[in-house]
Design a protein around this ligand. Structure first.
Ligand code: F3S
Length: 286
């Protein structure tokens, strides 16, 4: 039995940067002064580690005492949350990924130039929630081509189209072609981040070569979930696991090639633990 890893997997630049910023603060500040707004990244083990270090996780800025430190999510902080923090003299450690900030700038530009803004993404994801807070027009957020159909009658003649940074490129292209026929002017920005598309392409490539794919990462991580979906779409038997504890020995019966990939928010040590566990199962079965 052979274990193959995806060429591109694991922490992306934005996640690494956010975690480093948070750790830098922890190193130089009393932890009782430090709060985190929701989850800095979508990985349960990383969040558990920050809690162990003494960081307090809150879901509302109003729960942070005045003048303390507040670490944002890598997905961004909304304008309302920023305003509450300003009023309370809270010191913000902004870990928003630069690619997410770029998305905000593009949305503002499209607004200013009077494009009707269409966003391919999940309206409940923190990235989209923060984005919408800076663009108070009637932006339309849709999840899929099927979902888009509901909004086709509202398309104006001048449409600006962007995507959540972790969406699937092929699906985004499909969305573009669906809107193209119905509008006079369509301005598209490819806002899917490079780290996302590299991880997606590597996953598809590997899923094509193996009998079984293990996708490692938080169940609440949009980018990891997408990798598992893509792997299944290719036709590979796929399991999305958070850690070594989720592995079932029977998955490996009669399998020759095992593919491993991990999301942009999955620490390397978790993937290594998974690989070591699989190696043990393989050697037991030999
Ligand atoms: Fe940023 Fe892309 Fe990672 S948007 S957080 S570099 S997946």
């Amino acid at each position: 039995m052979e274990i193959l890893r995806a060429k591109n997997s694991g922490f992306c630049f934005g996640v690494r940067r956010a975690i480093n910023k948070a750790n830098e603060l922890i190193k130089n500040t009393k932890t009782e002064e430090i709060y985190m707004l929701g989850e800095i990244i979508h990985n349960p083990q990383v969040i558990k580690d920050f809690k162990k270090k003494g960081v307090q996780i809150v879901n509302e800025v109003s729960l942070v005492p005045c003048k303390k430190y507040l670490i944002t999510r890598a997905h961004g902080i909304s304008s309302y949350e920023k305003e509450i923090a300003r009023q309370r003299n809270i010191r913000i450690i902004d870990t928003t990924c630069p690619y997410v900030k770029k998305l905000h700038q593009i949305a503002s530009l499209l607004n200013k130039e009077n494009y009707q803004l269409y966003i391919f993404g999940d309206k409940d994801h923190p990235e989209i929630k923060s984005l919408l807070s800076y663009n108070n027009t009637n932006a339309i957020v849709f999840q899929s081509c099927k979902d888009l159909k509901k909004y086709c009658s509202t398309l104006s003649q001048k449409v600006g189209l962007i995507s959540q940074t972790t969406r699937d490129e092929d699906e985004f292209k499909e969305v573009i072609s669906k809107i193209f026929d119905d509008v006079e002017e369509l301005r598209v920005f490819n806002t899917i981040c490079k780290a996302t598309s590299l991880r997606q392409n590597s996953t598809k490539e590997l899923a094509n070569q193996v009998d079984l794919m293990i996708v490692v990462g938080g169940h609440n991580s949009a980018n990891t979930t997408r990798l598992a979906q893509l792997s299944k779409k290719v036709g590979a038997e796929t399991y999305h696991i958070e850690s070594v504890k989720d592995i079932k020995e029977k998955w490996f019966d009669g399998k020759d090639k095992i593919g491993i990939t991990s999301g942009a928010s999955t620490p390397e040590y978790i993937t290594e633990n998974v690989i070591n566990r699989i190696k043990k199962i393989i050697s037991k079965n030999c």
